[in-house]
Design a protein around this ligand. Sequence first.
Ligand code: ZN
Length: 410
Amino acid sequence: MKNSNKKYVVILGDGMADYPIDELGGKTPLEVAEKPNIDALCAKGELGLVKTVPAGMKPGSDVANLAVLGYSPARYYSGRSPLEALSIGIDLKDTDIAIRCNLVTLSDDEPYENKVMLDYSAGEISSAEAKELIEYVNANLGNDVLSFYNGVSYRHCLVRHNSETGTEFTPPHDISDRRITVYLPKGLYGEEMLSLMKKSYDLLKDHPVNVARVKAGKNPANSIWLWGEGTRPALSPFEDVYGLKGAVISAVDLIKGIGIGAKMKVIEVEGACGTYETNFAGKAESAVKALLEDGCDYVYVHMEAPDECGHQGDLKHKILSVELIDRVVVQYIVEKLREAKVDFSILVAPDHPTPIKLKTHTSDPVPYVLYRSYDEKDNAFKSMTEKNAKASGIYYDDSCDLTAKFIKED
Ligand SMILES: [Zn+2]
């Protein structure tokens, strides 16, 4: 049985795991980074491998973070857009379909179907400009069935009420500089969704916001682009499943959305931005405050930085990200919990690898460290690395089993 005085912390280094890198003499960033605090937990805890991306699913951060939080993606994953919708405050009904609505830049001259996807982010348009455009689109195309909601920069949401999934969409970032002809929505609601996109072009192309953007040499947000549909995830509240008051700390929309969906406390940290320049100290302080002052039993501290560096192939800063997580986040949290003399368990893990040489996510199992302050071990493995985790012979094929062990088995 769980003891309600115990505290649980997940330190999630997004994309932290990697492959051997020639430049590092065949070592990985985790092997090279100086991380004495994580390695100390490893030496007195358990090191193993865990599969966070179920076979047949894509290794997205949405899928993998659900898994580490203890929600089986095979059962609970219902699309990325609904998670983002929750994070921008949309109260999705069970019968609503959430669809990602990008503001994009299409070429001018051709008929709509022959246009080219010039920029899937419309020059990373500002949220203020985007709000004006999305509100204008909603005033003209919204109705009882369709509602457009503005989000952040080029990332917005269309909700289709009392509806169902079944439309084939294409992510706009997959078709940069290509003609959109064969990538237009198809299937159920395909025609209706295409008609919205076409009408949005007529509404947006000469909108004052875009006229000013073109004048300033920026890409106009001259069309919406719909993709990534899904339904509200039916996440049981975290407290009902695991008996703990949980909190989530992250700079990333979809992780916050998971927290909201699971009825966890979502803590905003000033300066949290998802890169290696993020406010690591602020995240660590917020985590400790949640546990020691605000009555939380479990905190999920998500750090996007290593993943971001992985996508950019930025080896130096990926290593630095791991080192900052170690000496700013892990060290502080462990110190404060020891000072407070509470029994605590810490799980350190990535959600998925983002190997530098691939610049994208993979589905490989990831190393984890599980440490309990009240049950220290003498682990043969003194450092958290991919190789050691494999050599340990400890392997969880389903990350929910690891979460259950982390939280429930004392
Ligand atoms: Zn990523």
